[in-house]
Design a protein around this ligand. Structure first.
Ligand SMILES: [Zn+2]
Length: 155
């Protein structure tokens, strides 16, 4: 039995409290934000998988697109995000630039019936958009968390 080998200091919430001896009103909070590294690439991968950018195990989203106020596993605050139109913009950017040449290639190669072409690409466009949108939202929230934007650094 090696359960006793797990230190309570390994828990992220206790780690945060350990450095907060001076209290929340001390005005030195901004300086303490520089302590923990937040590398962007692992955070982006966690966000793409719709996981908490801090711990990687808690789900970031509730339902399809709603970002949780805080991570249910590590209690990292996630409500600071300002993803706004970013995920939709990136989705349109990617899907549009894929669909336009693919329609041209499909038309010149196979000359399908117009209704066949329209049906296939409508379904494909919607499916790809629904796939990308929550993942790109997780990616953008993770970048904002990693770069300490919009209040993520004050926590
Ligand atoms: Zn977490």
């Amino acid at each position: 039995m090696k359960d006793t080998s797990i230190s309570p200091a390994a828990r992220p919430d206790t780690g945060l409290h350990a450095g907060a001896d001076t209290g929340p009103d001390s005005g030195t909070e901004i300086d303490t934000g520089l302590g923990a590294e937040r590398p962007m690439k692992p955070a982006m991968w966690r966000g793409w998988r719709r996981r908490c950018p801090s711990c990687g195990s808690g789900p970031m989203l509730r339902g399809y697109l709603k970002v949780r106020d805080e991570c249910p596993v590590c209690n990292e605050a996630l409500h600071h995000h300002r993803a706004d139109d970013g995920p939709a913009y990136l989705t349109i950017l990617i899907v549009g630039h894929l669909m336009a040449p693919m329609i041209l290639i499909a038309y010149t190669t196979w000359r399908p019936e117009p209704m066949v072409l329209a049906s296939v690409f409508s379904v494909g466009c919607v499916a790809l958009s629904l796939y990308l949108l929550p993942r790109l939202k997780g990616l953008i929230v993770a970048i904002q968390w990693s770069r300490r934007m919009h209040g993520f650094g004050n926590a």
